[in-house]
Design a binder for this molecule. Structure first.
Ligand SMILES: *[C@@H]1O[C@H](CO)[C@@H](O)[C@H](O)[C@H]1NC(C)=O
Ligand SMILES: *[C@@H]1O[C@H](CO)[C@@H](O)[C@H](O)[C@H]1NC(C)=O
Ligand SMILES: *[C@@H]1O[C@H](CO)[C@@H](O)[C@H](O)[C@H]1NC(C)=O
Ligand SMILES: *[C@@H]1O[C@H](CO)[C@@H](O)[C@H](O)[C@H]1NC(C)=O
Ligand SMILES: *[C@@H]1O[C@H](CO)[C@@H](O)[C@H](O)[C@H]1NC(C)=O
Ligand SMILES: *[C@@H]1O[C@H](CO)[C@@H](O)[C@H](O)[C@H]1NC(C)=O
Ligand SMILES: *[C@@H]1O[C@H](CO)[C@@H](O)[C@H](O)[C@H]1NC(C)=O
Length: 430
């Protein structure tokens, strides 16, 4: 079932536990491990929803099923589209770039809450026509796994990120949507491969086009590589004025953060047929899929359970949690001391906020990359009693599995399209 699988942006899964750039171009040594810091980077604002429980509550009310949304941390950049600056969230789990167009229709497939006007929670959108004109041969439409959707039309406009401009870029303007944002963003920047754009629309047979990043490297503005560093500090206002506490999207090289050079590891990017649940036959590259070699759990008393379970996984900036099979996550839950528990009111696993957190890591390219304790047990996301904190990893019955923000905050991730590989290095403590 490939329809609507994509994104992780608005993440939900099946039950039970739910389920600034400068103008200089950096060159890069072919060896791959010698990525060079680029001046083509933009800081990202991290947004953590301040009222996650309310959001979850609202979702529970408006939702006919048990879907639990955990999209409560996301990273925002400002796109300059034509001459308008539009905040969008970044996503490596999709490829389209879309913006809402003012005015747009916000609708709901589900029953509205009486007395409350429908609000899709989108920021101010794009105003007026696209300077490059509309595409009239086909429409834009995409549905996400949690029931949200966007619909509209394609056209052409110059799109800039920092100092780089993708000229006459195809993008989508959305004028009809069911969305549940919190007003911080007005669209999405999809960083996946061109192939995914062909999966738009109900028939998933649209003509593929080059997304923003692809246009930038094909136009030789940058090398075909981008990288991200996601920090835990909210907004772009680091507490101690440290660049390391900011989050970055870097185009053509590495972002300006400190990392541990000894930890570089690489893993091949696989075709979309690598995810069996999607039932694709094509080996075409679509998203950032790798297969780690194993998982390391170093817990207390009970649990030291290294596993060599190998399964393909998506590297997805658009997913707050990491989403893994029960065979890996159940031992992890048990390795907390005291062990994590399922809170049915939330649909997710929580542990006491003062619990001892196990070491948990993924082995990639022969190197273990550990989740940070503060990402495994999130002190900022609590149950109603305030005593239980949410685990940064959740379990699902079947794939696609995801390494999301809860893991990416510990690494610099390099998305190398030229060599079809992902590279990672551990970040120095920040
Ligand atoms: C919701 O999840 C709970 C816990 O797994 C399950 O018992 C219940 O049947 C689910 N409800 C629906 C409507 O799927
Ligand atoms: C933006 O571009 C439009 C069309 O080219 C023009 O009418 C408008 O005045 C410009 N706005 C600004 C703020 O430059
Ligand atoms: C493109 O379509 C939009 C929405 O229907 C419309 O407002 C706009 O005028 C169209 N632009 C052009 C150049 O036709
Ligand atoms: C959205 O834009 C399309 C393409 O221009 C147009 O046909 C449609 O009527 C618009 N829908 C709304 C709700 O404005
Ligand atoms: C150890 O495992 C047992 C059986 O699964 C469980 O009852 C117990 O709570 C666990 N203890 C700790 C400290 O994780
Ligand atoms: C698990 O893997 C880690 C890292 O590879 C290693 O240090 C540790 O000794 C392993 N533990 C067991 C029980 O195999
Ligand atoms: C942890 O917090 C709980 C309340 O949430 C408390 O009952 C317990 O004593 C605390 N444990 C430790 C070791 O501080």
């Amino acid at each position: 079932m490939k329809s609507s699988f994509l994104s992780a942006l608005c993440l939900a899964a099946a039950s039970p536990a739910v389920d600034a750039a400068g103008m200089l171009k950096a060159t890069r040594a072919a060896a791959g491990f010698h990525d060079i810091k680029t001046t083509n980077y933009v800081p990202m604002r991290r947004h953590e929803s301040s009222t996650p429980s309310t959001l979850l509550h609202k979702r529970a009310l408006t939702r006919p099923t048990n879907l639990t949304n955990v999209h409560d941390v996301y990273y925002i950049i400002d796109l300059v589209v034509g001459n308008q600056t539009i905040p969008v969230s970044i996503d490596t789990g999709s490829s389209d770039t879309w913006l809402v167009q003012e005015p747009y229709d916000c609708v709901s497939f589900f029953w509205p809450i009486p007395g409350q006007p429908l609000d899709c929670g989108l920021g101010k959108g794009f105003v007026g026509p696209l300077s490059g004109g509309n595409i009239t041969s086909h429409y834009f439409g995409r549905a996400y796994m949690d029931g949200t959707f966007v619909q509209g039309f394609f056209g052409y406009e110059d799109v800039s990120i920092g100092g780089l401009t993708a000229k006459h870029q195809q993008l989508a303007l959305v004028n009809y949507t069911f969305w549940q944002g919190d007003g911080r963003t007005s669209g999405l920047l999809g960083l996946g491969y061109p192939y995914m754009t062909s999966l738009d629309g109900p028939e998933e047979n649209m003509p593929a086009y080059d997304p923003v990043f692809t246009t930038m490297w094909k136009d030789k503005l940058i090398d075909p590589v981008f990288s991200i560093a996601l920090s835990r500090s909210n907004e772009a206002t680091p507490q101690h004025g440290q660049a390391d506490e900011e989050s970055y999207l870097a185009l053509g090289g590495l972002p300006p953060v400190e990392l541990d050079d000894k930890t570089w590891a690489r893993s091949e990017i696989q075709g979309i047929n690598a995810i069996p649940e999607w039932q694709f036959e094509t080996k075409e590259k679509g998203l950032y899929i790798i297969t780690p070699e194993g998982w390391v759990i170093d817990g207390n008393k009970n649990a030291t359970a290294n596993t060599t379970a190998t399964f393909p996984i998506l590297i997805d900036v658009g997913s707050t949690l990491s989403i893994l099979p029960k065979s890996v996550v159940n031992p992890l839950y048990a390795a907390f001391d005291p062990p994590a528990v399922y809170l049915s009111s939330t649909g997710l696993f929580y542990a006491q906020c003062n619990a001892t957190v196990p070491k948990f890591g993924v082995e990639i390219g022969g190197k273990p990359f550990y989740f940070a304790p503060e990402d495994l047990l999130r002190q900022t996301v609590r149950d109603k009693s305030g005593e239980y904190c949410r685990i940064g990893v959740t379990d699902v019955n079947s794939g696609p599995y995801v390494l999301g923000v809860s893991w990416l905050t510990s690494v610099v991730a390099v998305f190398d399209i030229q060599n079809s590989e992902m590279r990672f290095a551990s970040r120095n403590k920040y």
